[in-house]
Design a protein around this ligand. Structure first.
Ligand SMILES: Nc1ncnc2c1ncn2[C@@H]1O[C@H](COP(=O)(O)OP(=O)(O)O)[C@@H](O)[C@H]1O
Ligand SMILES: [Mg+2]
Length: 245
């Protein structure tokens, strides 16, 4: 249902799982807040994090000393850390609707993964997105940050100039991630294979079209972010977070 406050339109979107998303729309912008995003706003003073970020974005500041700390870059997005546990993805989308549609699909996929996959496989929480209606290149998404952004690709192609074709990882991420031994590399390669099987089975059980829900997993090991755990979960010392589907 649409409610109109001067030029702000607010819509409530009821999701397949009963959670509530909100969309706020003005002449220039559209903002989507997920259920997790609404919770985040209730719990934390997001203005203290977002205010400086917006200023640094506007002035083009990034890096040490700014609030816009570069984490990684792929073919479609530049990713910045925001505080300890959030990332902002600045997207270069191919179409206006892509960001919202992708949040919708990811939400559906996350639900399926939680139901059918072991706990070492997960999908980060998506909090919300903002897009400019005047400039499709201004799209931002707020998402749960996973560790230091190191992916399966960074580990299995370690030592090669592996990211150059697909993007860049912050220079200190691999150091922060910790030692990369042959044993770790082998384990990550094995689990990545098993993860793809789990995901394929999961979408099949849920009747979801794999080409729509898992478009960029099979060929792209840079879409699985690794988190080292102190205590193993379901037998794994690393958690595998699927992103960018
Ligand atoms: N939630 C996240 N937490 C930590 N790092 C992330 C997260 N999302 C993305 N990254 C890092 O940013 C890179 C690019 O992000 P991605 O969403 O795959 O964008 P693109 O569409 O450009 O490929 C990833 O390979 C990963 O290193
Ligand atoms: Mg990617």
């Amino acid at each position: 249902m649409a409610r109109t406050v001067p030029d702000l339109k607010i819509r409530t979107l009821e999701r397949f799982d009963g959670s509530i998303w909100r969309q706020y729309e003005t002449d220039n912008y559209r903002i989507l807040l997920t259920g997790a995003g609404r919770q985040l706003l209730n719990l934390r003073n997001m203005h203290r994090l977002l205010g400086p970020y917006v200023e640094d974005y506007t002035q083009g500041n990034e890096g040490v000393g700014s609030s816009r700390v570069f984490l990684a870059e792929g073919g479609n997005a530049r990713v910045f850390s925001l505080g300890d546990d959030l990332v902002v993805k600045e997207s270069r989308p191919t179409s206006e609707s892509s960001l919202f549609a992708s949040m919708d699909r990811t939400d559906r996929l996350k639900d399926a993964v939680e139901k059918h996959c072991p706990r070492w496989i997960d999908i980060p929480r998506y909090y919300g997105a903002l897009m400019s209606k005047k400039n499709i290149y201004k799209q931002f998404m707020l998402e749960q940050k996973i560790d230091h952004g190191v992916t399966v690709g960074d580990i299995i192609n370690y030592g090669e100039d592996n990211r150059s074709a697909t993007g860049v990882l912050a220079f200190d991420s691999l150091d922060r991630f910790g030692p990369i031994t042959p044993k770790l590399t082998e384990e990550v390669r094995d689990r990545f294979g098993s993860l793809k099987d789990w995901l394929a089975r999961t979408v099949e059980i849920e009747g979801l079209d794999p080409s729509r829900y898992l478009p960029d997993i099979n060929e792209n090991p840079y879409n699985v972010v690794l988190e080292r755990l102190n205590t193993p979960e379901a037998g794994s010392f690393i958690k595998y977070w699927v992103i960018d589907q």
